[in-house]
Design a protein around this ligand. Structure first.
Ligand code: ISE
Length: 336
């Protein structure tokens, strides 16, 4: 079978990382096109995809005949307008999270996919492909340690870029836990509640963090999420699961241990691009393999919508300080 010809839309840090991944580490695909209005970024990205052509917009890329599949890595606000023509063309698409910034647009995307009659959207929740999370999911499903009682999640970033605003604590960052808690517990989230922890004075002025988010599932599990984006020391994503008869933990650094000057230290990640590198590889390879046979290799547009619905409740709680209940649209038969 010939290589899947991929168009990458948006070549910032994530898009460029995916270009390198596809061209250098994945099998069965090649980047043949990019859509990126910023010429400096485009030039940097094309250095990793020498044969690829740059297009001004997705419509021109689709019309070129050079594209079998698309990978959308623009900011979430642009996803809907990029996804529409891709859905209409019936091409497989990996869309980075969040699928869209709000519930109304997420539902419009779902509706247009349903109307098209073909599932083409896979949402970029890479944690579903992380070995630790997969082991934990198996542990929970097996009930070997009894029922799952609680999850404690810590999501820590060393720092965030200038354009990262306070709402992004929920929409951009906690959105990962929102998806993975539903995945691990196999149960929808029914409420979200945000508590302000003692403010880190080293955080940028515009951010009121760290925060603690309580996500409650329909099955009765509460997940606590410490969201902390100015920790300075490194990038950490840790999850502890409390069962009736035991406790499991995933995500501690497995980097090199060094003994030096009377102490030992362990290497820690400083970016999600390395912490989740294997998960991204597994995610993209799974997407490529599935796309080549007209299937999806991971979470679909309905999963994307389900997480956006919880993000909405989380944002409400961030502003109200109260526990906010989630509401969901009826699931179209198409996704059953
Ligand atoms: C970023 O967009 C990601 O997706 C990372 O995984 C997350 O850790 C970070 O907080 C987000 O800003």
């Amino acid at each position: 079978m010939s290589d899947l010809r991929v168009c990458v839309i948006g070549t910032g840090a994530m898009g460029t990382d995916h270009i390198i991944r596809i061209n250098e580490r994945m099998s069965g695909a090649i980047v043949t096109a990019i859509v990126e209005p910023d010429s400096t970024r485009a030039t940097a990205a094309l250095a990793h995809a020498p044969g690829a052509k740059q297009f001004a917009n997705i419509l021109e890329a689709l019309a070129s005949g050079l594209v079998d599949a698309a990978l959308v890595a623009t900011p979430g606000a642009f996803h809907e307008e990029v996804l529409s023509p891709i859905i209409a063309a019936g091409l497989p698409v990996l869309c980075e999270k969040p699928m869209t910034p709000d519930v109304a647009s997420a539902l419009r995307v779902v509706e247009s996919e349903v109307k098209s009659g073909k599932k083409v959207i896979q949402v970029g929740f890479m944690r579903r492909f992380d070995e630790g999370y997969l082991q934990l999911q198996e542990q929970i499903a097996s009930a070997r340690l009894g029922e799952l009682l609680a999850l404690h999640c810590a999501h820590r970033n060393p720092s965030v870029p200038d354009w990262y605003g306070n709402d992004m604590l929920i929409a951009d960052s906690v959105s990962h836990e929102i998806d993975i808690v539903r995945f691990l517990t196999n149960s929808p989230i029914i409420s979200a509640e945000v508590k302000q922890l003692r403010r880190n004075k080293l955080a940028p002025e515009r951010l009121n963090e760290p925060i603690l988010v309580l996500l409650e599932t329909q099955s009765g599990v509460i997940a606590t999420v410490e969201m902390n984006v100015s920790v300075q020391f490194g990038y950490q994503v840790i999850t502890e699961a409390v069962f009736q008869k035991g406790v499991s933990e995933i995500g501690r650094s497995t980097g090199m241990t060094t003994w030096e000057a009377g102490r030992s230290s362990n290497a820690e990640h400083v970016s999600y691009l390395t912490r989740f590198a294997r998960a991204y590889d597994n995610e993209i390879q799974s997407w490529i393999n599935a796309a080549k046979i007209g299937e999806l290799g991971g979470p679909n547009a309905w999963d994307g919508y389900m997480s956006v619905a919880v993000v909405e409740a989380g944002l409400k709680s961030l502003h109200s300080g109260a526990k906010e209940v989630t509401t969901y649209a009826a699931k179209p038969e198409f996704y059953n």
